[in-house]
Design a binder for this molecule. Sequence first.
Ligand code: LMR
Length: 396
Amino acid sequence: KFNRLEREAPDPIVQTMTLYANDPSPNKVDVSIGVYKSEKGGSYLFPCVAEAKKVLAANDPGHNYTNMQGIPEFISGARKVAFGEEYAAEGKLASLQTISGTGALHMGFVFLREAGYTNFYLGVPSWSNYIGMIEFIGSKVTTFTHYNEKTKKIEFDAVVSALESAPANSVFLFQTCCHNPTGADYSQEQWKKIGQLLKQRDLIAVLDTAYQGFSSGDKDKDAWAIRHFYELGLEFVVCQSFSKNLGLYGERVGCVHAVVQDKEYVPNAQSTLVANFRSECSFAPAYGARLASIIFQSPELKQVWDNDVAEITERLKTIRKKVLDILTELKTPGKWDHVVEQEGLFWYSGLTPVQNDRLISEHNVYSTSIGRVNIAGLNNNNVEYFCKAIDEVVRN
Ligand code: LMR
């Protein structure tokens, strides 16, 4: 019976997170899983969320079933965050509330499979979960290298040649901003080229947007690619998470949107999303989505949210600068400018697996096995210790 099952390897991100949790050292530094932490090092409660919790507690809606598509105010607010007020109102979107970003990706992949699209292309290095998720539903994934480990920048020629050579109807999976794990994002010019090739070559995009706002400090700016693709008249899928930009990780707040240019077919896409979800989950969790809805509907709380996102982004940039300054001061061998050039939560350090293992075993510094550092895990108390640990593993 069950002895046929194989023992599965744990996810590398979760593995590092668990190692950290089990380390009794008072000096330990967690720069593993993608969670925004405050200057004090703890998890961060967004002030707009704190306020929304009070509003929700004062207007308890109870625990009944919600709507299978999702909470209507949440769906309409999530659309505006991704597409902007104007496009969100045009009636070309089919949307489903999901179990955060992973759920949005899963439902997006299942939706695409239903529509006949099972051939995925993915630039690597990328988020460790994508390939498993695509293959889990029986779709196929081809990878190409979109990042140059030497220059520490996007290898755009490789992206273009993948787009130029993929068969029609292939699906390209991109991240809109704050690329996980490389922190290297496309410029607007590069997005234009990508959009043009998607159109010319009859390809489909999935845009994963899990860190909207943390790249430029402005959620609208970070959604540039989504809105540009919409304007190009493309049909594509957007997978949205509010884990990071509202700090609602465990509440699992997300949304998937399919852009359908011919409005006549929106109900088909919408009913497909809902029917698929009925088979998998029935209803998405309500609590976090209710909090998000309260923020989406209140101009005051939206303003507080915007300010928060801008401040967080500023803080991330300040920490990056500090890391560069300290490594420069220590004269750590190598070039470290990429720490300030990359954006969002992650710094793709370029440390080797051996150096990375030594960071953990000798210095209690937990960055993920591929050398991805969550910059938000650093603060005034530990940044120097962290940089000295890097200096030591690089030198010896
Ligand atoms: C991460 O990459 O650390 C986050 O997106 C959390 C996760 O689920 O892996």
